[in-house]
Design a protein around this ligand. Structure first.
Ligand code: TNX
Length: 488
C-alpha cells in the first residue's frame, strides 16, 4: 500500500500531493549525487540496499533518485520532489539532505527498515514536500552514569533518534554512582568509578575511553547528531570523591553509592583543589568534543549552600567559555548572571521559574525539558514496570500536548533554543529498556521541536505514529504499545 505524502513524523511544512505522479524504486534505479552530496548519497544507498536488495549504484551521472544542494535554503531545510520520472532531494546543506532521506524512508513501506530483502512494492507517493525546522536544537539525553550503555548501544540509539530529525544527544556522563568518561589527568575517576559494581544496584562496570568517546562522536556526526557531554557538578559527585578523597571537605573518601538518592554530595566551593580538578576535566572534555556545548550539570545541589553554589558556578562558567564551549547547565545555574552564550536547561514541573525568565530577559537561549512533558523515564501508566513517577505519569498525548514557547512566563519563541527529552537510567538495564521508554514518546517531542505549531494536531499525530509500529518491529526496536495509538 502506498503511503500518503504527508504521513511523516515530524509533520512536514508544506505538503503538495500529486495523485497522478508516483515513483517506484526498482532493480534499475540509480542514485545521482551532485557535488557535495556524496556522503548522504552513500548513506541513502546503505539504508535502501538491505531491504530492497537492489544495487542502487551511486555516481555523478543520471539516476532516478537525485541529490543536490541549494544555497538558497537554510542548512537543515530540504525539498523532496517525487514525480513519475524520478525523485529529487534538495538540501540547503548535507544535513538538510539527510533529513530529506529520513522523510523518504518513512514514505516507503515499513519493510524498508528490515535487514534482509523483502518482496514488496517500493512505490513512493507523488508530489512535493518543502520542510524546515522550527527550532535548531532537538535533543535527547541518555544517563550513562546510573546504568552504563556500551558504544554500540549508544550508536544504535543515535540511529533511532535521527529518524525523527533529532540532532543532539546529551550524554549524562557522571553522577554519584559512576564516572563514565576517561580523564587522562585524573585516571582514577574511571579506573575506580567506572569499575565493577558502579551502577544503580551494583550493575556495571563501564566507561568510555577517550577513543570510545571519539568513536561515538564520529558516528553521531554521520547521522548529523551533535554530542553534548555533561559533567554534573557541584552535586552528583560521589563517584569522583570515592576516586579522589581530596575533593571532599575532610579529605576522607565517602562510601561508594549504588542507591538512587540525590542531593547528598558536593564539591567544595572554598577549596582550590576543586577548581584545579574542574579546570582539568573541562579542558579535556572540551578538547575531545567538537560540538559547541559543554554541560556542567548544576542540578539538585542540596548539599551545597546557596552562596557556595553561586561561587562555584561563577568560577566554572568562565572555564567553559575559555576552552571555547557554550556552557549548558540545568536551570538552577541561572541563579547567577550567565554569560551570553550560556544555555539553561529548564527541567522542573513548576509553572514558572524566576532564574530562567531572568536569563531569557538578558538574552540567553533556553532549552526546554519540563519533566512533566519530556522526561522519558517517567512511567507511562501506574503499572509500567520501568520508570519513576515523581513528575507524574506521562502518556503520549501528554508528551505531545504542550508548546515550548508557552511553557514558562518570560520565555517565548525568541528565547527558546529548542527541546530535549531526557532519559534517566535508574530503572533501566538494557537497550531494550531504553527503547521502550523512548518510543513512542520521543517522536512527540521531535514533532514539537521541528514542526510549526499550526501543523501539529493530535488526531493526525496518533494516526502517523501508528505507522511507526511496523517500522520499529522491522528494525527490532522495542516500543511501548501505548493504548491511545491505533497501532497498525
Ligand atoms: C532528577 S532532572 C534528576 C536526576 C534524576 C531524575 C530522575 C535532574 C536535572 N536531576 O538526578 O535521575 O530526576 O527522574
Amino acid at each position: 500500500m502506498t503511503r500518503e505524502l504527508g504521513d511523516v513524523i515530524p509533520a512536514p511544512g508544506e505538503v503538495r500531493p500529486d495523485a497522478a505522479a508516483r515513483f517506484t524504486i526498482g532493480d534499475g534505479t540509480a542514485i545521482s549525487a551532485a557535488a557535495g552530496t556524496e556522503q548522504v548519497a552513500a548513506y541513502l544507498a546503505d539504508v535502501l540496499r538491505p531491504a530492497t536488495g537492489f544495487a542502487l549504484p551511486v555516481s555523478d551521472g543520471p539516476g532516478g533518485i537525485g541529490l543536490r544542494l541549494d544555497e538558497a535554503l537554510d542548512d537543515e531545510e530540504y525539498r523532496l520532489e517525487i514525480g513519475t520520472s524520478g525523485v529529487t532531494l534538495t538540501g540547503g546543506a548535507p544535513v538538510g539532505l539527510f533529513h530529506a532521506v529520513q522523510t523518504l524512508r518513512q514514505l516507503l513501506p515499513a519493510e524498508v527498515f528490515a535487514a534482509t530483502p523483502q518482496p514488496v512494492d517500493w512505490t513512493l507517493p507523488g508530489g512535493t514536500i518543502a520542510d524546515r525546522p522550527r527550532f535548531g536544537y532537538r535533543g535527547a539525553m541518555l544517563d550513562v552514569a546510573r546504568h552504563f550503555f556500551t558504544v554500540d548501544e549508544v550508536k544504535s540509539y543515535v540511529d533511532s533518534l535521527a529518524q525523527f530529525k533529532i540532532n543532539h544527544l546529551h550524554l549524562h556522563l557522571t553522577d554519584d554512582q559512576g564516572w563514565r568518561l576517561e580523564i587522562e589527568s585524573w585516571p582514577k575517576l574511571t579506573a575506580i568509578s567506572g569499575g565493577d559494581g558502579t551502577g544503580v544496584d551494583g550493575t556495571g562496570p563501564g566507561f568510555y575511553t577517550r577513543a570510545d568517546y571519539t568513536e561515538i562522536i564520529a558516528y553521531a556526526a554521520t547521522r548529523f547528531v551533535t554530542i553534548v557531554p555533561e559533567i554534573d557538578m557541584p552535586g552528583h559527585v560521589n563517584a569522583a570523591q570515592v576516586a579522589y578523597p581530596e575533593l571532599t571537605a575532610d579529605g576522607v573518601a565517602p562510601p561508594q553509592r549504588t542507591d538512587v538518592e540525590v542531593g547528598y554530595s558536593s564539591l567544595v566551593a572554598g577549596k582550590e583543589e576543586t577548581y584545579a580538578f574542574v579546570d582539568d576535566v573541562v579542558r579535556e572534555v572540551a578538547a575531545l568534543t567538537p560540538g559547541p556545548y559543554l554541560h556542567i550539570g548544576g542540578d539538585e545541589a542540596q548539599a551545597t549552600t546557596a552562596e557556595d553554589y553561586r561561587a562555584f558556578i561563577e568560577r566554572v562558567l568562565p572555564m567553559v567559555t575559555r576552552y571555547g564551549k557554550r556552557p549548558m547547565g540545568w536551570h538552577e545555574m541561572a541563579a547567577v548572571d550567565l554569560p551570553a552564550s550560556a544555555v539553561p536547561q529548564f527541567w522542573r514541573i513548576e509553572a514558572a521559574d524566576e532564574g530562567t525568565a531572568r536569563a531569557a530577559a538578558r538574552g540567553n537561549k533556553v532549552l526546554m525539558s519540563p519533566a512533566d512533558r519530556t522526561y522519558l523515564d517517567m512511567k507511562y501508566t501506574a503499572d509500567s514496570s520501568l520508570g519513576l513517577d515523581w513528575a507524574g505519569l506521562l502518556d503520549v498525548e501528554k508528551a505531545y500536548g504542550w508548546d515550548p514557547a508557552e511553557r514558562l512566563p518570560g520565555v517565548g519563541e525568541e528565547s527558546v533554543l529548542g527541546v530535549e527529552a531526557p532519559l534517566w537510567s535508574e530503572t533501566l538495564r538494557s537497550l531494550a529498556d531504553v527503547q521502550t521508554m523512548t518510543f513512542p514518546r520521543l517522536p512527540a517531542i521531535a514533532e514539537i521541536g521541528w514542526s510549526r505549531r499550526e501543523h501539529r494536531d493530535w488526531e493526525s499525530f496518533r494516526r502517523r505514529l501508528a505507522a511507526c509500529g511496523p517500522r520499529w518491529r522491522a528494525q527490532g526496536v522495542a516500543f511501548h504499545p501505548a493504548p491511545e495509538i491505533p497501532w497498525a
